[in-house]
Design a protein around this ligand. Sequence first.
Ligand code: SIN
Length: 533
Amino acid sequence: MTIITTDFIIVGSGIAGLSAALALAPYGDVIIVTKGTVHQGSTEWAQGGIAAAMNSDDTPKHHYEDTIAAGDGLCNPSAVRILVEEGPIRVKELMELGARFDRDGDTFSFTQEAAHSRRRILHAGDATGREIEKTLGNTVRRKPNIRFLENTSVSKLLVEDNECQGCVILNNGTVNILVGRAVIIATGGCGQVFAYNTNPSVATGDGIALAYTAGATIQDMEFTQFHPTTLYTGDKRPISLFLISEAVRGEGGILRNIHGERFMPRYHPSAELAPRDAVARAVYDEMKITSSTHVFLDLGDIPFDLATRFPTIFKRCRESGIDLRHDFVPVAPAAHYFMGGISTDENGQTSIRRLYAAGEAASLGIHGANRLASNSLLDGLVFGHRAGITAAQETPKISWPHITHQPSPEPLSTNPKLLKSHIRDTMWHSVGIVRSQNLLDQAANFFDTLWPLMRCEAATETLLELQSLAIVGRLMVQFASTRTSSWGSHFRSDYPRKNPAHSGHLWINNSMDHPQLKTHFSTTLQTNTDFEL
Ligand code: SIN
């Protein structure tokens, strides 16, 4: 086993990880560990765009108010304020690095998405994430002191006396140790824990599971955002579903049930542009009422050339025999984004010293109980940068006196493929769009049979991913059971209303050494703040 020493270790290579790397580059050597290839994460897949108050009729205050409203009472106001104020600065820097967004002549072509009070979304066709990832990736590659370790997983965080020294890495069965001044987790979300999701196969919640196992505080695990419109291609559905961007509804797409009737006005005054959680639940209800596996998206009224405005969606639908110009698109909801994760402050600091987190793996209440569309890329950009700057400034160089790791992988007799699909099905059926105690108890019983897996030292990448899925799944069940009320994306059919006693965040920090899961409510949140510009 080799010990590799660097200054800063970043786990994950999406928008948050790459932004952190660029912020850290002036301060020392950086190693970015990524379990696939650099561009395999969720950033690359983001279609709709990046929200920033840069249009002439917009201000950070409007963006702040929309974000707070979508978050359904659980946003952290000061974090949202940072997001909307620093967002435009970071986006301009991104443009200076070469990112190109669509324009109408001299001005940017801002698009509309649900729950935004004005057109605010910068986009590069319908492949905005790819443009951003390419720009950041190219910039990072030009920095001589940043190095990628691809196809490498982190199997453990090395933590002594609540201070992170580095991590154990695994590459095709070979174990090594990375040590440094600070570790930043930017591993993205965990959509793969659900049978139906829009995330790439690598989105298995690894960073959250690692941090939890190491004893870090984890919060808001009950809040999974379900996207209302993924392409429905029949009952045999792939590991990741193709997203039909919310920008399609923003530009005038209409939802219809299988009888061709428009239904959203019956559910919400903002109809197709209601907050995403409300649209996802309406689609779910409408599918139930009509005993159908899907609803339809009708693009007939969109005043653009669809092949030009939505080239990726146009091409993918055509491959499935659907012509966007003439056909309704069959769509169904799927897990899309995760508001919970590793609890951090506004600088990415976790409850463990020298351990930081940013992007979808982190949680500081920016998105409350339901994220506003296109705020996730902005979150990664703003808070990845902040985590990098803070790690550089607050972690003096250190020479760790004794780094110890005795690998003791435990043999587990399990069929990974079968168990993975069991976890994913359980999560979809019991911890999906509509939850109840009965379903959550069934899921808890299932996950409790997986304690040996959750606590073992995984010696292979397959087992490690399975372990991550089991840990994040079990945490989600626990959090969803504790919040016996409905907020934003967390809807309980047995408690369909908000309980004011639950107007705070839920957190846990008892680590894998204590199988007794104990969640706690934080003190009541202040849900609004004066916003003077
Ligand atoms: C979409 O394009 O609909 C997804 C955008 C987002 O998740 O913010």
